[in-house]
Design a protein around this ligand. Structure first.
Ligand code: HEC
Ligand code: HEC
Ligand code: HEC
Ligand code: HEC
Length: 455
């Protein structure tokens, strides 16, 4: 999997390997000289081996003397699940799933490879590389042939790479869209209930938490070009933008799905409305809550993309919050039926997606202050009953968002009750360990414990 010098490899790699011995002493990155011909091949893929040398992105430990860490490849290959995503196809669960779905071998099925590998047509490859490398550098950073050589020059600007085919993942909106292309799905690449019933995990996402778990191989910067960690509330910004894009794109997906043969698509409905364990009536929280907004027994729409984000909108964009809320109420009503009307869902979803799109643009412009961040955290925590009543998937979003806000605030100003809050948040996540016995009252209680710890 590692790059070995061979005539097929692009010149910068060979040159970089030669420089490797000097790397520790030198601040220059890879090879500075570029031949104009190397900017040809814009839009073509080279495979992760092109980034792997120790003087490029394969350094063992992070470097402080350069703009980027240079150990990105090492982080990816050792710690990042993306580098193992092809192996998930060849495991027992993956193979059985593909068999149930009638796709043959999972590792040969374009439907699986779309999200689990860099499966691009031969015509878009500038050299040979292996699908077994999974989700790799160019899956997120875009085809590298055009910028691979020049981007190693000292002071080479990011925008020039973007012009040569690099995906602009620094832009938080675009970054989220890229993650969601696999973690939510698109028209072509999707995970539906049929796949889930065959064994695929249900997809969910939250930009800030997923970036932390990934783990990040980049320095957190407030804005492109600025010093690392200059924005202590960066996690809040990332969370808010991620949530806005996620709401918009999931509504667009709902609208698309109204046009599909298989309808209603169960993956749009709260999983544990159907999959929970049954209890005696006196222990049933569902009966205690009384099915607000829908007929008893009708499965509810999975509103998890909105129930927590709603508080973000109220905090930072109150004048538009009402309109969005009204529109999403229509989606909920139309979807929480035994046999949802396609037209009604499509039009409510399209309307809400439109509002969410406008919100995405506005939310990128917000500047956050520690005071308003703390207010937001307390607002979400005070919403414990309503959020937790929307089921396990909403609770999971709440736990991730609360954690993001805590991380942001704690970094900004070491919080007084930092240790208590951390423990309370850990206990909140533990409530999600066994989702089919999820209990809203317990989850809400734990949110209130965290709220108490903020005071
Ligand atoms: C090309 C598709 C693709 C893109 C783009 C993508 N992912 Fe993934 N991601 C996957 C797949 C497939 C897996 C599952 C890996 C495996 O098989 O275990 C995964 C797994 C993960 C996991 C591990 C989840 C777990 O259960 O431990 C995290 C975290 C993650 N991705 C974060 C991100 C983030 C953040 C982004 C955007 C910056 C992103 N991903 C972009 C396909 C993608
Ligand atoms: C829309 C993109 C997408 C498609 C299409 C897709 N997957 Fe996945 N797959 C993912 C993501 C994202 C994850 C990680 C989910 C998470 O942990 O949040 C994943 C996880 C998995 C896992 C669990 C891995 C683990 O470590 O637990 C298996 C197995 C799997 N996929 C197999 C398949 C198979 C087989 C197919 C084809 C039938 C397929 N996938 C199609 C995106 C996709
Ligand atoms: C799952 C998506 C994903 C994969 C896979 C991935 N990256 Fe990244 N990478 C990101 C995101 C998101 C950022 C932060 C935004 C940015 O700086 O472009 C980033 C940042 C970087 C940076 C810092 C860029 C800068 O200007 O500060 C480097 C260098 C980098 N990645 C190299 C790599 C290499 C090399 C690989 C493969 C070994 C790789 N990445 C694989 C998502 C990914
Ligand atoms: C409207 C009801 C409904 C909803 C909502 C629903 N499912 Fe299902 N699910 C079913 C039915 C029916 C089956 C088939 C069960 C059988 O054959 O015994 C099934 C099967 C499954 C299976 C395979 C069963 C097993 O024992 O392995 C899994 C896993 C699953 N669903 C997960 C999910 C997830 C995750 C979600 C949410 C994203 C979800 N379901 C949403 C009704 C639903």
């Amino acid at each position: 999997m590692n790059a070995k010098p061979s005539p097929k490899l692009p010149r910068p790699i060979l040159c970089a390997l030669a420089l490797a011995a000097m790397a520790a002493a030198s601040v220059s990155i890879c090879c500075a000289q570029t031949h104009p011909a190397e900017t040809q091949g814009v839009g073509k893929y080279t495979g992760p081996g092109s980034c792997a040398s120790t003087s490029c992105h394969g350094s063992i430990s992070p470097r402080n003397d350069t703009d980027v860490l240079q150990n990105e490849y090492s982080t990816w290959i050792v710690k990042d699940k993306h580098s193992k995503s092809y192996q998930s196809l060849t495991g027992n669960v993956g193979e059985r799933m593909a068999e149930i779905l009638g796709l043959g071998k999972a590792e040969n099925a374009p439907r699986c490879l779309a999200c689990h590998a860099l499966n691009v047509p031969d015509a878009l490859r500038s050299r040979t590389f292996d699908l077994t490398e999974g989700v790799s550098c160019e899956s997120c950073h875009g085809p590298a042939a055009g910028w691979l050589g020049p981007h190693t020059e000292r002071d080479w600007p990011h925008q020039k790479s973007v012009a040569l085919g690099m995906y602009d993942a620094r832009d938080l909106v675009k970054r989220t869209e890229k993650c969601l292309s696999c973690h939510l799905g698109t028209q072509e690449n999707y995970v539906n209930h049929e796949m889930i019933a065959a064994g695929h995990p249900a997809l969910f996402f939250e930009l800030d938490s997923f970036s932390a778990v990934m783990p990040r191989h980049w320095k957190e910067t407030g804005e492109p070009g600025e010093a690392a960690n200059n924005d202590p509330l960066y996690d809040l910004r990332e969370m808010a933008i991620g949530q806005a894009v996620q709401l918009r794109d999931s509504l667009a997906q709902l609208e698309r799905r109204t046009r599909e043969k298989n309808w209603p698509e169960y993956a749009e409905i709260q999983c544990y409305a159907c999959h929970h364990s049954l209890t005696p009536p006196e222990q049933s929280w569902r009966q205690a809550t009384g099915y607000p907004g829908r007929q008893a027994g009708n499965p509810p729409w999975n509103e998890s993309q909105y129930v927590v984000f709603r508080d973000v909108v109220h905090q930072f964009d109150p004048q538009d919050a009402e309109q969005l809320a009204a529109s999403l109420t229509q989606v909920y009503k139309a979807m929480s039926q035994l046999s949802p009307d396609r037209e009604a869902v499509a039009s409510a979803a399209a309307n809400s997606a439109h509002l969410a799109d406008a919100l995405v643009a506005r939310i990128t412009l917000i500047s956050y202050e520690p005071e308003s961040a703390m207010q937001l955290l307390q607002k979400i925590l005070a919403d414990a009953d309503e959020i937790s009543a929307q089921g396990e998937q909403s609770a999971a979003q709440a736990a991730m968002v609360i954690q993001s806000l805590f991380v942001a605030l704690d970094r900004d100003r070491k919080l007084q009750n930092s240790a208590d809050m951390r423990n309370a948040i850990t206990a909140l996540f533990q409530q999600l360990d066994n989702p089919s016995v999820y209990e809203p009252a317990r989850f809400a209680h734990q949110m209130q414990q965290i709220n108490a710890a903020t005071r």
